[in-house]
Design a protein around this ligand. Sequence first.
Ligand SMILES: [Zn+2]
Length: 390
Amino acid sequence: MNELFWLLLPVAALSGWYLGRRGLRSRATSRADSLPDAYFQGLNFLLNEQPDKAIEVFTRMAEVDADTVEIHFALGSLFRRRGEVERAIRIHQNLIARPSLTRRQRVQALLALGEDYLRAGLLDRAETLFQEVVESGEHVIEALTHLLDLYQQEKEWERARTVAERLGGLTGQSMDKMVAQFYCEQAEQAVAAGDRNRARNLIKRALGSDSSCVRASLLQGQLEQQFGNYRAALKALQRVRYQDVDYLPEVLRPMEACYRELGRTQDYLAYLQAVQQDYHGVSLLLAIAEQIQQRDGDQAAAQYLEQQLRKRPSVRGLNRLLELSLVAEENQVGTDGVLPVLQELFDGLLAGKPTYRCGRCGFAGRTLYWHCPSCRGWSTIKPIHGIEGE
Ligand SMILES: [Zn+2]
């Protein structure tokens, strides 16, 4: 249905033109015209989801009325949407070559050809055309939107940011969250290149653009931890709880390491217990159980988990409880229990389960992507919650 809607757009434009033209003609001449039948026939094919036949009809119309720019635009657009990019490119190139085009029509043809190139993966050519369209002052928002898409595909973050900011200014729609992600991408590049100061600076700009940017806090925590600035790292990581508590599982490991380095594991346990007010995922329970185990032993940890799992059952929690029980069992001589079997079954249950899911398109996996590989949303992928999740 969605595809049909897009197919109908050029036809809608065409019908507006045609009716206007027909009005003019009927005043000028009384000649009977066969085109309206063809037009409605084509429209009918589209409505019945037979775009091939529609294209046939519109092609015939284009042959009868070769000067008509609008029919060619409609056809080019139909071909592109059908995936016949080469034919679309040919039509739009022919249009651009016409000396009789108005300025606006020429820009429209440049934009359409740019879209063809984008679809064909010819990104350099597409970029040049979209820039030309932006400079013309016509169809600016459409061209900038395509450029934004293109620079993200090419991972040209600096340019992507400039375009996003310009687009935000024109549409009034905030691009701050996206801009913060672009800064984070650049910060990761700086980290990889060993340029710590540049990375720090970019992270600061990310947070300046979007103060709730979890990714920037995680990056900052990672960077400071790497250079032994554990206090600074903790400060960054503790921010995540307030930015978006769903990402809490991501900070637990590095946070534990920082507290340990500072010799403050008791403070870590206190922190985890305080966070329980805001976060109810099993990762937090497991982290607390781990701290109890280190301080008071296996049995205390098992007891704590059992208590908590009665309130909030979870597969990962039960699995950990089994592990703890198994250790206790092995310590008793002569026990030949069912626990090892259960443990194996649980491991099988958890193996290969996705741990992250995109809230927008449902894409799931075991890696946290900030840019969804499926729907290309930013920060739409989060740790999975619930009985089988985090
Ligand atoms: Zn997605």
